[in-house]
Design a protein around this ligand. Structure first.
Ligand code: ATP
Ligand code: MG
Length: 462
């Protein structure tokens, strides 16, 4: 019954395609200048136009230009079908995607402009959805006045027409842009159910643009958060990078916590945040350092993000294994398996990256062991720099590793010759094996080595 009511409600709330005449703003009425549009995106737009097709810039590119921000990328949309687009651009283009096919037009090996074909409705003006309301089929081509209703927020649904440089607004996006409002197109709950990733997109755009989330768009965010559990982990992985590899990563984190969405991205971290100061300290120190690097135009690395985010859960899990009399390195490896194993059920982290996370963690145990030529060998490790940065975050988060971090800071500033002398000043490591052998009682021996592990763990691992 309820489902039926909802279905009817969404029918009424969804504006019918072409139900509304768009507002057209001529070139003289807006501030988008071709000067600020990426040259390659312009090339693509003109080539499509010359071939007789409609071609528009849409999405974040248009929105950011109107706001005077520098767009991250430019999305092109056209009435040409993918095969036709491919004909226009020939060998420099590739059709990609299975569910909805797009064309990538390449400029050099690494840069491409994404060209999408207008999406339309499947039969009967209704999108095919599953019993929970998620979109199932999404592969029908259409016209601009159908395409617009499938977009997420009004400010993301403005079209810039390459034919006459006018702007086309079906959904009141320009007014919302002026007001600083993030508003979903259509009935919010329906739109979130169709694609729950819109819940996190709402948070990301509100922070990025400094916009207020319009009340009807905001109200369902927390109650519907659980829908994120059904999103494909590979997609959530991509979203997590967009959320936190961001110049406002800290605010994004706080907003996600505010709407109780963070737990659907990092469940193990969320469970510890309130009770464990180290977990909280690492997340905040890590996100502050991420946003600072981005503000300075420095690169960021997904492995490092996961390494600091999951450090709190790792330490907890490692303490458990140490209490089971495992050696530190083994305990760390077992804890890493557990923590990463649980995280990838939520966000599918590619293997290459989880291996780097493990290396960064494992190096934390080795950083203390720097006598003689060991320091030089450690500094050569491909993950050394990330491991050193993580050590810095640990110091900031209150772990007793400040002196060690400063030692490595000094070490790296020295010339190669001075480094050798500096590393010889470190106290020679004690030889534990000999001492242990003196103890003949096998039971006492086991108990003692467990203690030694815990001691060593708290020295290097906490
Ligand atoms: P940015 O690139 O700055 O992150 P964007 O708005 O360009 O923001 P994209 O993910 O590049 O975001 O998507 C381009 C456009 O495609 C969006 O502006 C929106 O119109 C549409 N879109 C993207 N994802 C969705 C979605 N999940 N639901 C509906 N429309 C979407
Ligand atoms: Mg974009």
């Amino acid at each position: 019954m309820l489902r039926w009511v909802n279905a009817v409600k969404s029918l009424f709330n969804r504006p019918h395609p072409s139900a509304k005449e768009p507002v057209r703003i001529p070139r003289s009425g807006h501030n988008i200048s071709r000067k600020f549009i990426d040259k390659r995106a312009l090339d693509v737009l003109y080539a499509l136009k010359r071939a007789g097709y409609e071609a528009y810039l849409v999405g974040g590119g248009v929105r950011d230009l109107l706001l005077g921000l520098e767009p991250k990328d430019f999305d092109v949309v056209t009435n040409a079908h993918p095969e036709a687009v491919k004909q226009v651009f020939g060998r420099k283009s590739r059709i990609i995607g299975r569910r909805f096919r797009l064309v990538h037009v390449y400029f050099g090996r690494h840069h491409f402009v994404e060209v999408a074909t207008f999406r339309g409705e499947s039969q009967g003006g209704q999108r095919k959805t599953d019993e929970r309301g998620r979109i199932l089929f999404d592969n029908v081509y259409g016209t601009m006045d159908e395409d617009v209703w499938r977009r997420d927020f009004t400010v993301n649904a403005l079209y810039y027409n390459i034919r006459d440089f006018s702007l086309i607004d079906y959904v009141g996006g320009l007014e919302d842009l002026k007001q600083g409002l993030l508003r979903l197109i259509g009935e919010p709950e329906t739109r979130y159910r169709e694609d729950p990733v819109r819940l996190i997109r709402a948070v990301r755009f509100a922070v990025k643009l400094g916009f207020k989330i319009e009340p009807n768009t905001e109200a369902p965010i927390q109650p519907l958060g659980h829908l994120l559990q059904e999103v494909a982990p590979a997609r959530l992985f991509e979203e997590v990078l967009k959320l936190f590899h961001n110049r406002q990563a800290v605010t994004v984190f706080e907003k996600l916590r505010h709407y109780n969405l963070f737990r659907y991205l990092f469940p193990q971290v969320d469970a510890l945040l309130d009770e464990d100061a180290l977990t909280r300290g690492m997340v905040l120190a890590g996100l502050h350092s991420t946003q600072k690097r981005l503000q300075q135009d420095k690169g960021v690395n997904p492995a490092f993000l996961f390494a600091f985010m999951l450090w709190g859960p790792l330490v907890q899990r490692m303490q458990y294994y140490l209490s089971q009399a495992m050696q530190p390195a083994q305990a760390l490896a077992a804890a890493a398996d557990d923590v990463i194993g649980r995280q990838i059920r939520t966000t599918a982290i590619p293997k290459r990256i989880t291996q780097q996370v493990r290396d960064i963690w494992h190096l934390q145990l080795r950083l203390d062991n720097r006598y003689g030529d060991r320091a030089a060998r450690l500094a050569e490790h491909p993950r050394f720099r990330a491991a050193y940065d993580l050590l810095g975050l640990r110091a900031e988060a209150g772990e007793p590793v400040r002196a060690l971090f400063e030692w490595w800071t000094t070490y790296q500033a020295l010339s190669p010759v001075d480094r050798v002398a500096f590393a010889l000043e470190v106290a020679k490591p004690k030889r534990r094996r000999k001492r242990r052998r003196r103890n003949r009682n096998p039971y006492r021996r086991r108990a003692r080595s467990a203690e030694a592990d815990i001691d060593q763990g708290s020295e290097a691992g906490e």
